[in-house]
Design a binder for this molecule. Structure first.
Ligand SMILES: NC(=O)c1ccc[n+]([C@@H]2O[C@H](COP(=O)([O-])OP(=O)(O)OC[C@H]3O[C@@H](n4cnc5c(N)ncnc54)[C@H](OP(=O)(O)O)[C@@H]3O)[C@@H](O)[C@H]2O)c1
Length: 326
């Protein structure tokens, strides 16, 4: 099969479409014929050599994909060859074929195009696990989403709104702010020109903050939280080390989590299987009803993955970039 290889750690042009060994489905896995793969910011870090795959995972980039089941590994039930699915991956999506544990498969939601579905698993599982399972967001609460126009951000705004929460979102460019507003975020806050803490405090404080920035926003995120609020850190675009004011946390009874999805085990209380099955049971109906839609910035053929990475790196992407099977 053909897949994207990283020639050496570096800039987007180190990505090459090369012939590689076909993956085989192990016990409990299925082999997928990939239709499309989602591009995630983590892929950029892996390409640069800063985010190695977890032990046992494919070296090929790609944390999510859609496609058709080609073969079942030993002991898999509930799925058939020919089923159209999308999948959460620990790696391997930038390829013609990928082997994936059956627990990480999701059906294509009603009304969603097979290619577009490639952009759903990673963002939906990340947002659902952080904002709902950990953060406990509920109807009438205020969710603050940083980076609201990106892949994660667009999913988070829609999910928050679909659950009946008010959603505030930050973004950079005016067109990105308008895009967040079109998804139901109100207010939208320019991270270049405005102080999100003042805006959010003016609304009584956020019950949940979904944060992609990490260190550079830690103190301000805690300041923006309401009493009993939850800060869910999922990214470190603004650095990994910062001081924390425990006094502020104690007085306001705040919780901070910093959770990665990729390295989780499949089974167990914090495993991927539980997240995927909760997403299927509770979020997939909202997707099928059109309340949460895959938002695609651009489809780019898989062999041109370097162009996809350069586009994401340049910023200003609205929703997801998808790599399609040539
Ligand atoms: N923990 C996990 O399991 C997990 C899983 C998936 C993703 N993530 C993390 O989630 C984050 C988003 O991932 P993605 O794939 O959705 O990437 P993405 O589409 O590239 O989105 C990144 C976003 O960051 C925004 N941004 C840049 N500077 C900012 C600032 N100073 N304040 C607020 N936002 C700013 C960008 O907004 P503009 O374009 O407007 O500048 C963009 O919307 C990444 O940090 C990624 O590593 C974590």
């Amino acid at each position: 099969m053909y897949a994207i290889a990283i020639r050496e750690p570096g800039s987007p042009d180190v990505l090459e479409w090369t012939e590689q060994t076909d993956p085989r489905p192990g016990p409990g896995e299925v082999l997928l014929d990939v239709a499309a793969a989602g591009v995630n910011r983590a892929d950029l870090a892996q390409r640069e050599g800063n985010y190695p795959p977890p032990k046992g995972a494919s070296e090929v980039l790609g944390l999510e994909c859609s496609g058709t089941i080609a073969e079942l590994g030993e002991g898999v039930s509930g799925w058939q060859p020919g089923d159209r699915v999308c999948a959460l991956l620990a790696g391997g999506g930038y390829a013609e074929r990928v082997a994936v544990p059956a627990e990480q498969l999701l059906p294509i939601p009603d009304g969603v195009d097979l290619v577009d579905a490639a952009g759903l698993p990673e963002v939906c599982c990340t947002v659902w696990s952080n904002v709902v399972l950990e953060g406990g967001l509920s109807e009438g609460q205020l969710l603050l989403v940083h980076g609201g126009s990106g892949g994660i951000g667009t999913a988070a705004i829609q999910i928050g709104r679909a659950l009946g929460a008010r959603v505030a979102a930050t973004a950079g460019a005016p067109e990105s702010l308008r895009f967040c507003r079109s998804l139901g975020a109100d207010p939208v806050i320019s991270y270049r020109e405005e102080d999100f803490v003042e805006v959010v405090k003016g609304l009584g404080g956020a019950d949940v903050v979904l944060d992609n920035m990490g260190a550079s926003y830690l103190d301000r995120n805690l300041a923006a939280l309401a009493t009993d609020g939850h800060l869910a850190v999922i990214g470190m675009q603004g650095g990994r080390k910062a001081e924390i004011d425990l006094g502020r946390m104690l007085v306001k009874r705040l919780r901070v989590s910093a959770l990665g999805l990729r390295g989780r085990p499949i089974e167990g209380p914090n495993g991927k299987a539980r997240i995927v099955s909760d997403v299927r049971e509770r979020l997939w109906p909202l997707v099928s009803q059109g309340h949460v839609r895959p938002l695609v910035h651009e489809r780019i053929p898989l062999p041109e993955a370097s162009r996809a990475h350069a586009t994401l790196e340049a910023g200003g992407v609205h929703g997801k970039i998808l790599l399609t099977r040539p």
